[in-house]
Design a protein around this ligand. Structure first.
Ligand code: LMR
Length: 396
């Protein structure tokens, strides 16, 4: 049977990470997947996570299954963290999912089952897996402009123009709440309000991917999109991830939140989300969600976690500005100051696929084919090499 199976192409992000790990060069630099790294190039376990784990180790009494919708304390905490006071808790149906990708898949399955004709609009560019997840759930995807032609700013007019002309009632629109992946270019509060207003007028459903809360400007500041959307839409979906802001990548912690019009609709929607989960992975893993719930429920741990989150955010910011400065000192003709307006882990370097390829093969510097770099992969130690090599690539 399997003779006819052909090999799938490597994943455009995680496949590069695999290639990096196999590369024997000692001076290689990994700017691929969106994983935070500290000044030593490590992805640390947060101190608050370790403390929560100690608490759990001594208090946990069972490894029995969680409910289909996961740990109740976690679901409630996730809803509060993402939605703040913008939405009454009784109008939210929440399920714990394996990471943000799991949340996207549950959302896509829910839409596919109940609104099969719905199309999902994605920004061009977007995280490549958005398209994969939506299409494999049977949904049609459409793309709208997002960036100006020089890829250094938002093309809001282009985005709104296409949505106005082609967006249909019942279509979903996948919006990156903050730290747009791959560009790092986010709408302002005013621009979010315009996006929310138009999509509400068109009868479209926002499907908000909230994977980087706290990595942009701050935990609360990064909720600006949610606040603006909640003002215009009484129904929307949020897919959140705790991989980055709690550093819990391998624990796979996420949540899918459906904001609806009434408590009784929330109950019915929850029952359908549970169906989607049951046929997919049955019920979610406990450990990571229990860590998040433990930290958020304890005022002391929560405060310490906010400090750790700020530390990660500040280091990324510092590395972005060091890179911009570093490029200046190489005498390179390209001014990278536009990177300073970008938020979160990613920046769009403007390097073309040939330059990206050359950096990987000749210099052992790995970044995503679109020219996206994970700024958190930059350290004081690898910065000079990185800047010199990028300048050399640009001169070619
Ligand atoms: C990324 O975009 O690098 C991260 O979201 C990791 C992933 O799963 O692709």
């Amino acid at each position: 049977m399997f003779e006819t199976i052909t090999a799938a192409p490597p994943d455009p992000i995680l496949g590069l990470n695999e290639a990096f790990l196999k590369d024997p060069r000692l001076d290689k630099i990994n700017l691929t997947s969106g994983v935070y790294r500290d000044e030593q190039g490590r992805t640390p376990i947060l101190k608050t996570v370790k403390k929560a784990e100690e608490k759990l180790l001594s208090s946990e009494t069972s490894k029995g299954y969680l409910g289909i919708d996961g740990l109740e304390e976690f679901d409630q905490a996730a809803a509060r963290l993402c939605l703040g006071n913008d939405v009454p808790a009784s109008q939210v149906a929440a399920v714990q999912t394996p990471g943000g990708t799991g949340a996207l898949r549950v959302a896509a399955d829910f839409l596919g089952t109940h609104f099969g004709a719905a199309r999902v609009w994605c920004s061009n560019p977007t995280w490549p897996n958005h398209i994969g997840v939506f299409q494999s759930a049977g949904l049609e995807t459409k793309s709208h402009p997002y960036l100006s032609s020089d890829k250094t700013s938002l093309d809001l007019a282009g985005m709104l123009d296409l949505i106005e002309r082609e967006g249909r009632a019942g279509d979903a629109i996948c919006l990156h709440a903050c730290c747009h992946n791959p560009s790092g270019i986010d709408p302002t509060e005013q621009q979010w309000s315009e996006i929310a207003e138009l999509t509400a007028q068109r009868g479209m459903l926002p499907l908000v991917d909230f994977a980087y809360q706290g990595f942009g400007s701050g935990l609360e500041e990064d909720r600006v999109a949610i606040t603006q959307i909640a003002k215009q839409h009484s129904e929307f979906l949020v897919c959140s991830s705790y991989s980055k802001n709690f550093g819990l990548y391998s624990e796979r912690v996420g949540a899918m939140l459906a904001v609806v019009n009434s408590p009784s609709i929330a109950e019915r929607v929850l029952s359908q989300l549970k169906q989607a989960v049951r046929v997919n992975y049955s019920n979610p893993p406990r450990h990571g969600a229990a860590i998040v719930a433990t930290i958020l429920a304890d005022a002391g741990l929560r405060a310490q976690w906010l400090d750790e989150l700020a530390e990660m955010r500040n280091r990324i910011h510092k590395m972005r500005s060091s890179f911009v400065q570093g490029m200046k000192t190489t005498g390179c003709s390209v001014d990278f100051s536009f990177l300073m307006g970008q938020k979160g882990m990613f920046s769009f370097s403007g390097l073309n696929p040939m330059q990206v390829d050359w950096l990987r093969t000749q210099k052992g510097i790995y970044m995503v084919g679109s020219g996206r770099i994970n700024v958190a992969g930059i350290t004081q130690e690898n910065l000079p090499t990185l800047c010199n090599c990028v300048a050399e690539a640009l001169r070619m």
